[in-house]
Ligand binder design. Structure first.
Ligand code: NAP
Length: 247
């Protein structure tokens, strides 16, 4: 990437997003969106600086179009957007489908589906040569849940990741000839705050199901994302990549 090229990671204050920001590579300019965790966002900036990454936190809620558009305007001031990592996501909370509420569905759809679509739209508007851009790359953070359907936990969440996979396939083909690559990474069970509501018994049962016998680390997902965002993946588009310890 050139000096003024920018990578944007949505949801970069914690978990997988923060690892992507921190490991983005010496000299890389990275902007990241966060919703409310200001202290964590500042900690992420410091951790990134220690790795030679210049990270800029931007408070922007991807479930709110006006907020997201303000976030993209802030990114434009930093340089040219060349990579978008659509990472911000929520589970909507654990619930069997028979108990799911309209409010849960609304939240998970707005953040995981509408948010990812609108961020992808803004990225394509900036990257496409049809609009004066110079190409780029989008990596969607989906989930292994899109394959399992996550029964007894969060079918609502799993379905949003299915939507993200479908968007990846369609958008990759829509913009391939415009020099924009679109891929998805499907993490398995990764050690982040997203699992904070699980009991020790649930953790143990979950870990037993993983062929490699352990949860993944955010850095293990970040490395795949950063490879997909690199020139090494120049002929890779429309792919759905599992990072899941064999799950
Ligand atoms: P996490 O630790 O809970 O972090 C979520 C991040 O997303 C935070 O930075 C949060 O910002 C941000 N965020 C949430 N809602 C947002 C919104 N409306 N606007 C802007 N930012 C928002 O989650 P994680 O485990 O790293 O998950 C990251 C992605 O990986 C998600 O898409 C998740 O579905 C996917 N994933 C995770 C796992 C796993 O096992 N961890 C497995 C498969 C897929 P604040 O800090 O401000 O709240």
């Amino acid at each position: 990437m050139a000096d003024r090229d920018v990578m944007l990671v949505t949801g970069g204050s914690r978990g997988i997003g923060a690892a992507i920001v921190r490991l983005a590579g010496q000299g890389r300019q990275v902007a990241f969106f966060y919703r409310s965790s200001r202290a964590e966002a500042e900690a992420c900036v410091r951790a990134a600086a220690a790795e030679g990454v210049q990270a800029t936190p931007i408070q922007a809620d991807v479930s709110d179009e006006a907020s997201l558009l303000r976030g993209f305007e802030a990114v434009d001031k930093l340089g040219t957007l060349r990579v978008l990592v659509n990472n911000a996501g929520v589970t909507g909370g654990r619930s069997r489908l028979e108990d799911v509420t309209a409010a849960q569905l609304d939240e998970v759809l707005r953040v995981n589906v509408a948010g990812a679509f609108l961020c992808a739209r803004e990225a394509v508007r900036r990257m496409s040569p049809r609009r004066g851009g110079a190409g780029g790359c989008i990596v969607n953070i989906s989930s292994g849940a899109a394959k399992s359907g996550s029964p007894n936990a969060w079918i609502h969440y799993a379905a949003t990741k299915g939507a993200m996979d479908t968007m990846t396939l369609g958008l990759a083909r829509e913009v391939a000839a415009e020099g924009i690559r679109v891929n998805a990474v499907r993490p398995g069970v990764i050690a982040t705050d997203i699992h904070a509501d699980r009991s020790p018994e649930q953790f143990e049962a979950m870990t037993r199901m993983i062929p490699q016998g352990r949860m993944g680390q955010p850095e293990e997902v970040a490395r795949m994302v950063l490879w997909l965002a690199s020139e090494q993946a120049s002929y890779v588009t429309g792919g759905l990549f599992d990072v899941s310890g064999g799950l």
